[in-house]
Design a protein around this ligand. Structure first.
Ligand code: NDP
Ligand code: GDP
Length: 357
């Protein structure tokens, strides 16, 4: 039986990864932060009474800013695999708390790597680092000849989050080269699910669409509708993380769908899922979306009603305009391919949020 340790187990990816590893017969340990209210909603269904026999899922209090705590947990758990998913993961918020992000997302990665080294576990413990497409920064000239970002594309981060994560990327690669550790970066493009945090654009849209359809909210305020993202499903992406740690040689991989979509079109798709057709009018800060047709008699929204407006407070000081990843390496070397497409992702998110509303 293999043992895995997941930082960020209470997050979107941590919860899907814990499910996947438990299904595969792993003993799974997770690090959660102490909070003044419960923060384990995404993993409560996995938790079993610790007094029972054969408990395979265990939580430890911890924080990536606390080296001694990280060392102690790794010493106790003796993991075969560590998945470092813990992070302050919101790009816009990283402009408000840049130092904290550097500490958690950047130095936090170093703390994990150093703990493994200090404990002499370099040969035993494999490490997955949650790197991100935000490293690329969306610069047109840095795409490959086919028009994608791949493992060889140059980085140009455009936020404190991206800059902190670039430290995490390089320190992981450096420890692999310097100490011969099995430490890999998964450069994951955006991935979503019904468990996505409520302030990321996809979930914000599906929650608000459900609320507007059910007449519990009037208007959805968004920022840049012209941004384009390569969106996949988190369930597919945690499968890739696991595969990255099962190879003979430690390497870095891009995980993406290879397709990109405007935020505006994600809005359109979410409303369409609820039977509401939209028309977009105006430009930039004056753009609005209005109800063109309401095909679901349950919702009865009036034609011409404005349901989406722009609020410039959601613009970023520096924006990543377009992301699209090249999954060729992960397809050929890991045998990984996404099972979900964007339509099925939006459908699942909308169904869940309509249920919640
Ligand atoms: P979430 O924001 O859903 O989860 C982040 C997790 O990190 C939560 O469990 C959170 O705990 C924990 N965390 C935050 N700060 C600390 C800290 N100081 N010490 C320990 N744990 C902490 O992110 P995702 O699940 O979506 O993403 C997982 C990882 O993948 C992150 O590192 C993210 O940056 C990266 N990534 C995500 C992408 C995506 O599209 N989802 C794309 C590329 C990379 P709590 O629940 O208490 O807040
Ligand atoms: P990111 O790609 O990691 O920054 O993921 P997000 O889901 O936070 O943002 C994706 C894109 O949507 C970015 O280009 C944002 O500028 C854009 N966007 C537009 N409106 C909003 C909004 O209201 N909230 C968020 N989070 N992003 C928005």
């Amino acid at each position: 039986m293999k043992t895995a340790l997941i930082t960020g187990v209470t997050g979107q990816d941590g919860s899907y990864l814990a499910e996947l590893l438990l299904e595969k017969g792993y003993k799974v340990h997770g690090i959660k932060r102490r909070a003044s209210s419960f923060n384990t909603q995404r993993i409560d269904h996995l938790y079993v009474d610790q007094h029972e026999n054969h408990v395979n899922f265990k939580l430890h209090y911890g924080d990536l800013t606390d080296s001694t705590n990280i060392i102690r947990i790794i010493q106790e758990v003796q993991p075969d695999e560590i998945y470092n998913l813990g992070a302050m993961s919101h790009v816009k918020v990283s402009f408000d708390s840049p130092e904290y992000v550097a500490n958690v997302d950047g130095i936090g990665t170093l703390r994990i790597l150093e703990a493994v080294r200090i404990l002499g576990l370099e040969k035993k413990t494999r490490i997955y680092q949650a790197s991100t497409s935000e490293l690329y920064g969306g610069l047109e000239e840095n795409k490959n000849a086919a028009g994608f970002y791949d493992e060889n594309s140059p980085f140009y981060p455009r936020s404190p989050y991206g800059v902190a994560k670039i430290y995490g990327f390089w320190i992981t690669k450096n420890y692999r080269e310097a100490y011969n550790m099995y430490a890999c970066n998964g450069i994951l493009f955006n991935h979503e699910s019904p468990r996505r945090g409520e302030t990321f654009v996809t979930r914000k849209i599906t929650m608000a669409t459900a609320a507007i359809a059910k007449r519990k909210q009037e208007v959805l305020y968004l920022g840049n509708l012209d941004a384009q993202r390569d969106w996949g499903h988190a369930k597919d992406y945690v499968e890739a993380m696991w595969r990255i740690l099962q190879q003979d040689v430690a390497e870095d991989y891009v995980i993406a769908t290879g397709k990109t979509t405007y935020v505006r079109d994600f809005v359109r798709m979410a409303f369409a899922e609820a039977g509401i057709e939209l028309t977009f009018e105006g430009k930039n800060e004056n753009e609005v979306a209005k109800v063109a047709k309401c095909n679901n008699p349950e919702y009865q929204l009036e034609i011409g009603k404005t349901v989406v407006k722009i609020d410039p407070q959601y613009y970023r000081p520096t924006e990543v305009d377009l992301l699209i990843g090249d999954p060729t390496k992960s397809k050929t070397k890991l045998g990984w391919e996404p099972k979900y497409d964007l339509a099925s992702l939006v459908k699942e998110m909308m169904q869940e949020d309509l249920k919640i509303m």
